[in-house]
Design a protein around this ligand. Structure first.
Ligand code: IPM
Ligand code: MN
Length: 363
């Protein structure tokens, strides 16, 4: 179920330098507002591609609630195999009230994260000029950190089960899986990011209660920090929630496990202007396959079709995608375009956002 809809960018054979750089990107619009926000993100990518001399071939894949409800398929192996060979994936959002919880989350999103080995979930959290965060008493400059969330293990690994179904002894277990290698590769990624920023890394966990996983994470973080000569702080996850509100300036790069990362990145989103502005990258840093980029918000069926969806999170996710493709200048331009629109007061509809961003990126 693949459609090659169009090729955009600097495909002009007369351009100096011969063949332009070319990327094949899978577009998974998904459900609800997913198609609305990723359409804007795609247009923005196409616009910066022309200016920066590269070509994007978009391939659209219909995955999500709609496909599941019609065909019963969540992620056919044939589609997964095609995705493995692509340069990057841009995902809108999946989910619908008609699909039982877990079907698409586990069967599509978590399966993609596992199968494509997207072991880092990168979530930059920055209060941008012109944006009102949920807490206003701190200088905006204090709210600029990046959360590196482990993305394939922990409580998301799928270990556990239900026994004695239908009896009073029914039991349900979810186990947190933490492998030395899985923790280490995530911490190493966070450490190298910290080195490029302020040199400061904070491990967020709950070592006082989750003593098994906690001591593994702590030991690995201590070792990597010593080896890389970076400053390592430690913060329990409950205290981290408090400090993110009361003293966010203490954070620069945070590394944490899968579920803690899921929770604190929503808090970070609220502090930096809401889910509509929040971007994320599911990264395969080894580049054995594509990385996948998606706004943090969901499919928001309540506002789908109203024209109110904010595409900024999707556009910022597309900017995150361009960077590892080797198009850092185009990525920076896309992010700057969002910043300019936000600084001017933002836009009140998807279309207004699209117009304002298009004007910025074609300036
Ligand atoms: C996120 C989402 C997902 C997660 C869900 C939809 C599976 O909340 O990307 O943060 O829990 O990781
Ligand atoms: Mn989440």
């Amino acid at each position: 179920m693949t459609t090659e809809d169009h090729v955009a960018g600097a495909g002009d054979p007369d351009l100096p330098g011969g063949r332009p750089r070319a990327y094949t990107i899978a577009h998974l619009p998904g459900d609800g507002i997913g198609p609305e926000v990723t359409a804007v993100a795609r247009d923005c990518v196409d616009a910066v591609a022309v200016r920066h001399g590269f070509v994007v071939e978009w391939r659209t894949y219909t995955l999500g609630a709609e496909r599941y409800l019609v065909t019963g398929e969540v992620l056919p192996d044939a589609v997964l195999d095609e995705l493995r060979k692509i340069d990057a994936v841009l995902l809108g959002a999946v989910g619908s009230p008609e699909v039982p919880p877990g079907v698409l989350e586990r069967g599509l999103l978590l399966r993609l994260r596992a199968e494509l080995d997207l072991y880092v979930n990168l979530r930059p959290s920055k209060l941008r000029p012109g944006v009102a965060g949920a807490v206003t008493r701190h200088p905006a400059a204090d709210l600029d950190f990046v959360i590196v969330r482990e993305n394939t293990e922990g409580l998301y690994a799928g270990a556990g089960g239900t026994v004695h179904r239908g009896s009073p002894f029914k039991s349900a277990t979810e186990e947190s899986l933490n492998t030395r290698a899985g923790v280490e590769r995530c911490v190493r990624h966070a450490a190298s990011l910290a080195k490029k920023r302020s040199g400061k890394l904070t491990l967020v966990h709950k070592t006082n209660v989750l003593v098994n996983a906690g001591s593994l994470w702590k030991r690995v973080a201590d070792e990597v920090a010593a080896e890389q000569s970076i400053q390592l702080d430690y913060c329990h996850v409950d205290a981290a929630c408090l400090y993110m509100v009361s003293d966010p300036g203490r954070f620069d790069v945070i590394v944490t496990d899968n579920l803690f990362g899921d929770i604190i990145t929503d808090l970070a989103a609220a502090l930096t202007g809401g889910l509509g502005l929040s971007a994320s990258g599911n990264l395969n840093p080894n580049r054995t396959g594509p990385s996948m980029f998606e706004p943090v918000h969901g499919s928001a069926p309540d506002i789908a079709g109203t024209g109110k969806a904010n595409p900024a999170g999707a556009v910022l996710s597309a900017a995150l995608m361009l960077d590892p493709l080797g198009e850092a200048a185009a990525a920076a331009e896309l992010e700057a375009a969002v910043d300019t629109v936000l600084a001017a007061g933002g836009a009140s509809s998807t279309e207004a956002w699209s117009d304002a961003l298009t004007a910025e990126v074609s300036r």
